[in-house]
Design a protein around this ligand. Structure first.
Ligand SMILES: Nc1ncnc2c1ncn2[C@@H]1O[C@H](COP(=O)(O)OP(=O)(O)OP(=O)(O)O)[C@@H](O)[C@H]1O
Ligand SMILES: [Mg+2]
Length: 458
């Protein structure tokens, strides 16, 4: 029998220490250490998964060409936005972690996925949080009458695995991983040891049986999935369900994906009938725009393969502090500081004594410099109290010299802007070469330097 050992485990990153310590040396969180007892084998969960993949066979390396892929066997969820975020449907044998704030709609999303999975597929919904009655009432509200949906109210992971072996479902949902426990581990459900062990067991099962498993994980108040880093490494895909609870819009984002791009997002709107797909996110992100107000500019960014139009807002006010504030939501703050410096140096904008606030409307985080031009112009527009032409869409990266640089896939962005009714499109001159002909009412305005932009839109 293995020796009972206690150790202190950081609940945030899984770092272990023989003594209690106040601050984790690994992830710098405070007060995150909890004493845990463990008698489990100390095998690393990833090693466990890999061993499972071998399925007990004798060890012999195989040629790459002898290994088949099962890309074609992907299961569609019937929700286009969801399939896209997964990289084209559910991959057999994959384990997907779905994280998100409490009440954001994780269980709803999973339940709706069940409706979409082809009627012949059996789905097992393991609920450690809600009673079968509660699940039934949600399913009725969402209009789900799938007779191939099986509910199991269970928190013992070993019983869950037994049920999976007996029933051999096509898809399994575990709601949530924080409620699952393995009896042989003495720490409480939700602790890092339990979460890690249960996920590793599910991983082993998924790889061995080829059954895809969705695991719901709660996000702690610091914005991380409990036992976060350890889990992110074990699973194949991490999806984050985001949004403000007070707003109806929800964004499903792939944070990690072994079977697809992590740039893809799915956009949904929460209604009383559940989540509705938003096929055209640009309309959503621009829906609350006030035209003719200074400090607002529209740009086209790429979210994965899709162009999305977004509104950039800037507020420039006289600062009452000796060092003015620069607050940026949804864009890189260092990049914004650079844009402010370029405006000061190249256009002579007087911003040194101003507080500057930047906001990307709709709660998106933009990480591509193609939004530079819109941000710079929004700042200038608010400072000068002049509204930007409401039919203008500004696309372009700005360099330190004030030059407007080419952006990738400009044609796709311009096409989206035209589709949404924008008639005046400012874009980098270098992108004009690849631009197809546009209708006569549309003006494409190629620019090479930021000082050309001001006259065209303000
Ligand atoms: N009767 C209802 N009518 C309309 N919307 C509802 C109704 N019941 C729930 N909702 C919506 O569903 C959301 C909760 O969804 P869900 O239970 O799927 O979230 P969750 O992320 O699984 O939450 P938890 O963290 O508690 O498991 C609520 O915030 C609310 O917006
Ligand atoms: Mg839930």
């Amino acid at each position: 029998m293995s020796k009972i050992k206690t150790q202190f485990v950081c609940q945030s990153c899984g770092y272990t220490s023989p003594r209690w310590i106040g601050k984790c040396p690994e992830c710098n969180s405070w007060n995150s250490f909890v004493e845990e007892t463990s008698t489990a084998s100390a095998e690393h969960p990833r090693a466990l998964g890999a061993r499972a993949a071998r399925n007990g066979e004798a060890i012999h390396p195989i040629r790459l060409s002898e290994i088949g892929t099962n890309d074609e066997a992907r299961i569609t969820t019937g929700i286009v936005e969801f399939d896209r975020t997964l990289g084209g449907g559910i991959m057999p044998g994959s384990i997907v972690l779905v994280g998100g704030d409490p009440g954001i709609g994780k269980s709803t999303l999973m339940m709706q996925m069940v409706r979409g999975i082809s009627l012949g597929s059996k789905t097992l919904y393991v609920s450690g949080e809600e009673s079968p009655r509660q699940l039934k009432s949600r399913a009725s509200r969402l209009g789900i009458e799938n007779d191939n949906l099986y509910i199991l109210a269970e928190t013992n992971i070993e019983s869950v695995l037994d049920a999976m072996k007996q029933m051999t479902p096509d898809v399994v949902i575990v709601d949530s991983i924080q409620t699952m426990y393995r009896p042989m581990i003495e720490s409480a459900p939700g602790s890092v040891s339990q979460v890690r062990e249960c996920t590793a067991l599910l991983m082993q099962m998924a790889k061995m049986s080829g059954i895809p498993i969705f695991v719901i994980g709660h996000v702690t108040k610091e914005g991380m999935i409990a036992g976060p880093k350890v889990l992110e490494h074990i699973v194949d895909t991490v999806l984050q369900f985001e949004g403000e609870r007070t707003h109806a819009y929800r964004i499903l984002r792939a944070v990690k994906n072994r079977y697809g791009s992590t740039n893809e997002i799915g956009v949904f709107s929460m209604t009383s009938q559940g989540l509705e797909e938003v096929a055209n996110p640009s309309e959503v992100f621009l829906s609350e725009r006030r035209t003719n107000s200074s400090g607002s500019a529209v740009t086209a960014v790429l979210e994965g393969t899709r162009p999305v139009l977004i509104e950039v807002q800037a507020l420039v006010t006289h600062s009452s502090y000796s060092s003015p504030q620069r607050t940026v939501t949804g864009y890189d703050s260092r990049r914004t500081a650079m844009l402010v410096a370029v405006l000061q140096k190249r256009l002579g904008a007087k911003l040194a004594q101003s507080d500057i606030f930047i906001n990307i409307a709709g709660g998106l985080f933009i990480d591509e410099p193609a939004a530079d031009l819109a941000i710079a112009m929004a700042i200038l527009s608010n400072q000068l109290e002049l509204a930007i032409d409401p039919t203008a869409c500004l696309i372009g990266e700005i360099g330190l010299g004030g030059e407007v640089r080419a952006v990738p896939q400009a044609e796709v962005r311009v096409a989206e802007a035209i589709k949404l009714g924008f008639q005046h499109i400012v874009l980098p001159r270098a992108n004009m070469k690849s631009m197809p002909k546009v209708a006569e009412r549309i003006t494409l305005r190629p620019v090479a330097h930021i000082d050309e932009v001001r006259a065209t839109v303000l």
